[in-house]
Write a protein that binds this ligand. Structure first.
Ligand SMILES: Cc1ncc(COP(=O)(O)O)c(C=O)c1O
Length: 305
């Protein structure tokens, strides 16, 4: 990660080095933070943040779950994201808003603690390696299941959830593949450690539903809508593990991975190695930033100068 010059923290822009936290912060001890990952893209009309309002809406939903009262309204945070991009003179990169419980008590459920809000913006390239978007990635089903329903809510983007992603991700790397796929505790397909999953078989496009222990990704929603615009229906449906080994095409979606083809699962080649529909989705998605796909949904927010 390349650092930037400034971070917006607790209402003001501060130097990156000055944004430190106390070791007794509740979030460090108990994982009580919520966050977002957002990309800013270079477009012909200058840098634009992708689906900013939707990410901030999800941040507020995650915060509500853990009784984290964000002391700003959504538009203030959206504007702070734009300012973080502008002040760091970014043309493209990644934005990380984070809300967390600070220091004040070691009580797990104590509520009288400061709530901190920070927004970092910094340069960032592809997530799963340089060739991932063009050549696809090898993946493996993890021995670790995703969070079970009614334990820690998988649909909220909270810091503590990512202990599961860390286990799935490290195991995948140890096995020499780029990413791991987590199954739900029912053995059905859920998602990757930090991305949603789409499978195509006989021209039918499926993705695990919200109840399959997934984080309902904003890129997932984008792809469903782009495919609808192109005349393709996506079925949100539970799927067994073996669907991975018979699919003609598989791809991941996420802010970090964008739209990444999967070329091998557990040693099985995916389809023939040709990804016509995945390529179509990639073209539609990346076209939003080159200008080739019309932004009919109003997903781009230009940061201005
Ligand atoms: C566990 C998990 N699933 C899915 C996603 C994809 O979500 P989005 O497309 O909103 O980035 C992410 C990334 O935020 C994630 O961490």
């Amino acid at each position: 990660m390349k650092k930037a010059d400034y971070i917006w923290m607790d209402g003001e822009m501060r130097r990156w080095e000055d944004c430190t936290v106390h070791v007794m912060s509740h979030a460090l001890h108990y994982g009580s933070s919520v966050f977002e990952g957002i990309r800013v893209y270079e477009t012909p009309d200058g840098p634009a943040i992708f689906r900013l309002e939707d990410h901030i809406k999800r941040l507020f939903r995650s915060a509500r779950m853990y009784r984290l009262e964000i002391p700003y309204d959504a538009e203030t945070l959206c504007e702070a994201c734009c300012a973080a991009v502008r002040d760091n003179k970014l043309t493209a990169g990644y934005i990380r808003p984070l809300v967390f419980r600070g220091a004040g008590s070691v009580g797990v459920t104590a509520r009288d603690m400061p709530i901190h809000t920070m927004i970092a913006a910094f340069p960032w390239g592809t997530y799963l390696g340089e060739d991932a978007l063009t050549k696809g990635v090898d993946v493996a089903v993890s021995s670790w299941n995703r969070l079970a329903p009614n334990t820690i809510p998988p649909g909220m983007k909270a810091g503590g959830n990512y202990l599961s992603s860390i286990l799935i991700g490290y195991e995948a790397k140890d096995r020499g593949v780029a990413e791991g796929i987590g199954l739900g505790t029912d053995g059905l397909l859920s998602e990757g450690s930090g991305e949603n999953l789409f499978l195509i078989e006989d021209d039918v496009i499926r993705t695990p539903p919200g109840a399959a222990s997934i984080l309902k990704g904003i890129t997932r929603d984008t792809v469903i809508k782009l495919l609808a615009d192109m005349g393709h229906n996506v079925i949100e449906q539970t799927m067994p593990r073996e669907a991975l080994y018979t699919a003609d095409e598989i791809f991941f979606t996420g802010t970090a991975v964008e739209v990444t083809p999967v070329k091998m699962v557990d040693g099985f080649d995916v389809g023939t190695g040709d990804y016509p529909l995945t390529r179509k989705v990639q073209d539609g998605f990346f076209g939003l930033f080159s200008g080739q796909t019309k932004d009919t949904h109003g997903w781009l927010r230009h940061v201005g100068s």
